[in-house]
Design a protein around this ligand. Structure first.
Ligand code: FE
Length: 292
């Protein structure tokens, strides 16, 4: 018998400007909720329709002490960094970047979208690193859409793309430093799934399309809301048969690190001394620069 996790809290995402001025929907961090350990941030970028010359991104900026996960749904991004790495993200692609000791990073809509305009939609998620990994060498995992495992329920009403973790008999190919799950679910009207989640995980869902009923009480969680789950070993998700369209949601979970978090912009360490060191190292050029 599984124990479905109850919803402990529902959060409304706020909108905010980031990077060079692009608008995100952000359920957290927010006043009163600095993190959902081990997750530090969730940003939904767009969906936005840019005209020619309008598209903006996040030009050169540093990171240290955590991981950034970029998941593209629509549009194209160009990523480059001080480790000499250049990547291109199209619809369905994932970049899981472990900043570790530090990189300077640039994330921009592709030149074609910057020049001609176009539609952009995606996510950026920050995953904290445990103390012993904060200064590890930077690492990249780029998974093109074609290699991202996708599974469907027997009735075909629920589909999942597995960025991290397991569901419906599938297993993600990305390696995480600590146990993490990150699923992209599409639930058609009438869908019902029970997703096993290890009891030691902290779990939440972020709805970015339609409306989902979650938890044993089948509480409605709407587009732009995040639901935090309480203790248990499964998450139940369903969509009313009468719903006007599918629900889209990210399901995220991980083992909480339970370590002190010292956070200053793009640096996330365990103490203010380590933050100070990160700033000194960045200003001295020790996080490198992007060669162009
Ligand atoms: Fe970045």
């Amino acid at each position: 018998m599984s124990t479905p996790r109850p919803i402990s809290r529902v959060l409304q995402a706020h909108t905010q400007q980031e990077g060079g001025g692009f608008v995100v929907r952000r359920p957290f961090p927010a006043p009163g909720l600095a993190q959902i350990d081990p997750f530090l941030l969730l940003d939904e970028m767009g969906p936005v329709e840019y005209g020619p010359g309008e598209a903006v991104g996040a030009p050169d900026h540093p990171h240290r002490g955590f991981e950034t996960v970029t998941y593209a749904l629509e549009g194209d991004w160009e990523h480059e960094d001080s480790a000499g790495h250049r990547g291109h993200l199209g619809p369905g692609d994932v970049q899981w970047m472990t900043a570790g000791a530090g990189v300077v990073h640039s994330e921009l809509p592709a030149r074609r979208i910057r020049e001609e305009g176009g539609r952009v939609h995606g996510f950026q998620i920050w995953v904290n690193l445990p103390r012993q990994d904060k200064m590890m060498a930077p690492r990249y995992q780029e998974i093109p859409s074609s290699l991202l495992p996708e599974r469907a329920s027997d009735d075909g009403l629920a589909r999942v793309r597995l960025l991290a973790g397991e569901a419906l008999g599938g297993k993600a190919v990305i390696e995480t430093r600590t146990p993490v799950l990150l699923h992209d679910w599409t639930l058609l009207p009438g869908a019902r799934v029970e997703v096993p989640v290890p009891p030691e995980f902290q779990v939440f869902a972020y709805v970015f399309g339609g409306s989902v009923l979650a938890g044993p009480e089948a509480r409605e969680v709407r587009n732009g809301q995040a639901a935090l789950f309480g203790p248990g070993d499964a998450v139940t998700l369903s969509v009313l048969k009468e719903a006007g369209g599918p629900a889209r949601l990210l399901l995220l979970g991980g083992v909480p690190l339970r370590e002190p978090v010292a956070r200053y912009g793009p640096f996330v360490m365990n103490s203010s001394e380590e933050i100070h060191q990160a700033i000194v190292d960045f200003q001295a050029g020790r996080l490198g620069a992007i060669e162009r």
